[in-house]
Design a binder for this molecule. Structure first.
Ligand SMILES: Cc1cc2nc3c(=O)[nH]c(=O)nc-3n(C[C@H](O)[C@H](O)[C@H](O)COP(=O)(O)OP(=O)(O)OC[C@H]3O[C@@H](n4cnc5c(N)ncnc54)[C@H](O)[C@@H]3O)c2cc1C
Length: 526
């Protein structure tokens, strides 16, 4: 079989499918090639407000109305109850001490709760990827994308200006004659193996490993630990982070009762636990973390444990002659702070626009070079911040303060995008904003030196100062003792500092459904 297309997209996770659909809407003929078959297990499930906004923007920009409901919990559940998802009201962090139950003090020194939404209807989501990704592949088929699964591809061959993807499908030889190839096959994927593209060693992050599975029977953490009543959101309806020396555990709850959980561990801890042993290592880890062990007491894994001996990945190349990698194929830093989706969704829009902007090869190459530069810059700042957080696992007050850099940048960017002023918040983690980028680079470098005494105190103060000009969420208010609800008043207070008129805030609040939050019920019921 031989097919001639404008663009071949390799890899049919949601990112490959959305890229294929957007390219189709821009008038390109597209083939979507997958080595496996849907539905299939995929990791990377937790969305964020910025990812939700990007979903809405992609839906608008590429005329994909069926994408729009997936931006929010309420609209997703109403439009597609058959596609699994979980409610994510915010980010919950709890600090655990090895071999001791979780306990806290009146200052809530051992926790950080940052709300992403004031109520469930506009809450974020965890995407149950087997359902979600299969849905988008079906949409591709309906939109006229040539979808070929169970396809094994060899190294692309150049033929003049075009690339030949030669492979085998169901025992039959196959050739895709493509004007351009987009690699959407994830880390260490298609081009990494066949082109090949060298792997770079992370510059700031220590070597890490991952161990994860899906579970049933996982207890809510607020039923296992003595938590103060009245959190800004039920702490389990969130991306729940359990942080400890040498790593952290994520717990993401789907509405079906299924839970995605796993650990990101430094090499030192992973090898002490023998992480390659899978479930045995997981149990051993929990044996040292009694409150998390209580949460998983009656849990059972319903998918095989996956051990990734190298979690972080970085490709040395983003674009080449006739090819480009999506951000998710260029790099993964860590699941901490759920950065994968927004980085990928930002990249989809940029890449599709670069490929559609002009038929003039020189202009297209210039657009692709810009795409490559932005992709690298965003992965760089993400790695810096996550590495600084890893360096601060043992100093939780510093960890929390550094994490607020992310929340300040994210909530500022969301606000500006919602106000139609995206240009004031350029790049992921504001990496196109010189003042913020310089501050973030300097502060994270100081954190990587693991400061103590006066140097550490100065760092805490300087992080706080760096956040002030971008703070739209009351993140500098110490009286909140590290519980940060979504308060419309914070936006109103920040408006004069940001040069935003009160009526713009009122319009934003009405448009986005940002009504005053209701207090969460004690015990966690939503
Ligand atoms: C442990 C872990 C946890 C994460 N958690 C989060 C999170 O909570 N939030 C977040 O935002 N991000 C998270 N991420 C990142 C997230 O997984 C990615 O951003 C996301 O999966 C990107 O989706 P994708 O469609 O690009 O890639 P994938 O989901 O990896 O899909 C790639 C597809 O390509 C196919 N493929 C691979 N090789 C080939 C080939 N040679 N030929 C054809 N097809 C091929 C695969 O079968 C697969 O279907 C996490 C990542 C990891 C590793």
């Amino acid at each position: 079989m031989r097919h001639r297309v404008d663009v071949a997209v390799v890899g049919s996770g949601f990112a490959g499918s959305l890229t294929a659909l957007a390219l189709t809407r821009r008038g390109h003929s597209v083939a979507l090639l997958e080595r496996g078959r849907h539905p299939r297990f995929a990791i990377g499930e937790s969305s964020t407000p910025l990812a939700a906004l990007l979903v809405e923007e992609l839906a608008e920009r590429y005329d994909l109305p069926r994408l729009r409901p997936f931006a929010k919990w309420g609209t997703w559940r109403a439009a597609h109850p058959e596609i699994g998802c979980g409610l994510k009201r915010g980010f919950s962090f709890f600090r655990h001490t090895w071999d001791a139950p979780f306990c806290d003090d009146p200052d809530r020194a051992g926790q950080l709760l940052v709300a992403a939404s004031p109520h469930d209807a506009i809450g974020d989501t965890h995407w149950y990827r087997p359902d979600f990704d299969a849905f988008w592949v079906r949409e591709c088929g309906d939109a006229g994308v040539l979808y070929l699964d169970e396809t094994a591809l060899a190294r692309p061959r150049r033929h003049g200006e075009r690339l030949m993807l030669i492979g085998v499908r169901h025992g039959q030889p196959l050739t895709i004659d493509a004007g351009f190839v987009v690699d959407a096959s994830g880390p260490r994927g298609f081009l990494a193996h066949t082109w090949p593209i060298a792997e770079e060693v992370p510059r700031f992050l220590p070597p890490t490993q991952a161990l994860f599975a899906h579970f049933e029977g996982v207890e809510r953490f607020d039923a296992c630990a003595p938590l103060e009543a009245g959190p800004p959101f039920p702490v389990d309806d969130a991306a729940l982070h359990h942080v400890f020396d040498g790593g952290w555990i994520w717990v993401l709850r789907f509405a079906s009762g299924r839970v995605s959980a796993g650990a990101a561990l430094t090499d030192a801890l992973a090898s002490r636990l023998g992480a390659a042993r899978g479930e045995t290592a997981w149990r051993e880890l929990l044996a040292h973390l009694p409150s998390i062990a209580a949460q998983f007491r009656d849990a059972r894994a319903v998918t095989p444990f996956v051990h990734q001996p190298r979690l972080a990945y970085r490709a040395s190349q983003v674009v080449g002659p006739g090819v480009a990698l999506l951000p998710s194929a260029v790099g993964i830093v860590d699941p901490l702070l759920s950065t994968g989706f927004p980085l990928t969704l930002l990249g989809i829009g940029r890449l599709v626009d670069a490929l559609s902007a002009s038929a003039d090869p020189a202009r297209r190459d210039a657009a692709l070079a810009r795409y490559a530069e932005q992709t690298r810059a965003e992965l760089d700042v993400t790695e810096r911040l996550v590495a600084a957080l890893y360096a601060s696992f043992c100093d939780f007050p510093l960890f929390k303060r550094l994490a607020l850099l992310y929340f300040a940048a994210a909530s500022f960017a969301e606000t500006m995008r919602r106000l139609g002023r995206a240009e004031r918040a350029p790049g992921f983690l504001l990496c196109g904003d010189a003042r913020f980028r310089v501050a973030l680079v300097g502060l994270t470098e100081r954190a990587l030196a693991r400061p103590t005494g006066a140097a550490r105190d100065a760092l805490l103060d300087d992080v706080e100062r760096a956040i002030v000009p971008y703070d739209v969420a009351g993140l500098g208010d110490r009286s909140r003792r590290d519980w940060f609800p979504v308060e419309v008043q914070d936006l109103r207070d920040a408006a004069p500092r940001l040069g935003i008129a009160p009526h713009e805030i009122d319009a934003l609040v009405a448009r986005c459904g940002l009504t005053t939050p209701r207090p969460a019920a004690p015990g966690g019921a939503a």
